[in-house]
Design a protein around this ligand. Structure first.
Ligand SMILES: Nc1ncnc2c1ncn2[C@@H]1O[C@H](COP(=O)(O)OP(=O)(O)OP(=O)(O)O)[C@@H](O)[C@H]1O
Ligand SMILES: [Mg+2]
Length: 419
């Protein structure tokens, strides 16, 4: 069976990351061959604001990753996020076509289609339909109804929608570069695929990906994705506050933030020597009380208070005992874990992407959770066409699909069964 080359492109507000990997369907392995991360231009709060700048950024990141991998990128999955992301939970119901025999794949497709038929504005597009549970003749909590017998099949789904303009802009950038867009996925969902454990998902957990210009939120309840959202606050706001508060330029403020986050994690020294940063302003010492307690912490508290409001809005606040798993570059900000625990009253940990092999040394950091998740998504959702799958394998794939699916992908899967 041939291996497939897959590419993920995460166009973030701060950086654009590209990951090229070889996917082995048999071993369920994603082996990284090429990786690049370049500073983003033309993206604000996860949204494209200058197409030409974004195209140039993606081009330079893709070229770098291609050189490392020794292969050309012709198609890619792309992450999208930002406050234009919305989600809702929808219900579908159908009569089983052959109740005397068993529930078939076609019934499953029909019921997911029924749940997908929601009315949304013409300026939005559905980017994900995830079945949360199937209900057969009133019995709920079913992950995979295939082969069961029943008369009435229902499904509860989670649907994510995004701004059509943003998706079209991404399409434009990629087509200008001769790259086929295999799909736009919510960046928060991708991060959750690379940083969460199955146990956390089963118990109920929240992924909070703090990027440069936005923070994505995904909630899993009883193993299923149940709420997705994104707020326009991120690490860049902390940098801005430091620039204003310490009267330095943005570049110096960013350096100070990274220095404090790296060097000053558990130390309570007041005068911090930052001479090694050689800042153009000539500052060699800052007070950590001023910088951390007075500037960074209040902004972190604001971000987590906003995240908490979203979680309250979801209605699932009591169903997430595993607490918060942080991802994104902002997860590494000094004092972030204590702030989450205090402002949200929940357990928290910093998530690192996992589940890939090969050239991963540069990749296994929270800011690359999204790009890693893009590849993991295709591992579970894009079986190599023409492969032979026996019924046991098919069950396994459906279990994956039950956590993550869209009707389009179910259809692709069915095609692989056809002669
Ligand atoms: N070690 C670190 N300590 C503190 N902050 C960090 C660290 N590394 C990165 N950051 C911050 O994380 C932010 C960038 O995170 P990330 O790379 O996840 O964003 P992005 O994916 O480009 O943006 P977005 O997801 O908002 O579109 C920046 O504000 C940066 O200052
Ligand atoms: Mg991001």
């Amino acid at each position: 069976m041939s291996d497939e080359i897959i590419t993920g492109i995460d166009i973030g507000s701060s950086k654009t990351a590209v990951l090229i990997a070889k996917m082995s369907e048999v071993e369920k392995e994603v082996r990284v061959m090429g990786f690049a991360s370049v500073p983003s231009q033309g993206v604000r709060r996860g949204q494209i604001v200058d197409i030409n700048q974004v195209t140039a950024t993606v081009e330079s990141a893709v070229e770098k990753a291609e050189r490392m991998a020794g292969t050309k990128v012709t198609s890619a999955l792309v992450g999208v996020g930002g406050p234009h992301i919305e989600s809702l939970n929808s219900h579908g119901v159908v009569a089983v076509s052959q109740p005397e025999v068993e529930i078939t794949q076609e019934d499953v497709e029909r019921v997911v289609d029924a749940a997908r038929a929601i009315s949304i504005s013409s300026t939005r597009e559905v980017i994900e339909v995830v079945p949360r549970e199937f209900i057969v003749d009133g019995q709920g909590g079913i992950r995979n109804p295939l082969g069961m017998s029943g008369v009435r099949l229902e499904v509860n789904t989670h649907i994510i929608t995004a701004s059509l303009t943003n998706i079209r802009n991404i399409d434009r950038c990629l087509s200008d570069l001769g790259i086929a867009n295999q799909g736009a996925l919510f960046s928060g969902l991708c991060s959750s695929l690379s940083v969460l454990t199955d146990t956390e998902k089963e118990l109920g957990v929240i992924v909070v990906d703090i990027g440069g210009g936005k923070t994505d939120i995904c909630m899993y309840v009883e193993g299923a994705l149940s709420y997705s959202s994104s707020i326009p606050l991120g690490g860049r706001h902390i940098t801005n506050d430091l620039a204003v508060g310490l009267r330095v330029c943005l570049e110096s403020a960013e350096l100070i933030k990274l220095f404090l986050s790296k060097e000053h994690k558990d130390k309570l020294i007041d005068d911090v020597n930052i001479g090694s940063l050689n800042l153009p302003e000539g500052i060699t010492k800052i007070s950590s009380k001023t910088a951390i307690d007075g500037i960074i912490r209040p902004r972190l508290e604001e971000i987590y208070t906003e995240v908490f409001k979203q979680i309250e809005k979801s209605g699932f606040i009591t169903a997430v005992p595993s607490g918060v798993v942080l991802a994104g570059g902002g997860a590494q900000t000094v004092g972030t874990l204590e702030t989450v625990r205090r402002s949200m009253g929940m357990p928290a940990r910093i998530g690192k992407p996992a589940g890939i092999t090969g050239l991963v040394d540069e990749v296994l950091f929270p800011q690359y959770a999204t790009v890693v998740g893009l590849l993991l998504y295709s591992l579970d959702n894009e079986p190599t066409s023409g492969q032979k799958i026996n019924l046991k394998d098919f069950d396994k794939i459906l279990r994956n699909l039950s956590v993550l699916s869209s009707i389009k992908k179910v259809k692709n899967l069915m095609k692989s069964f056809m002669p």
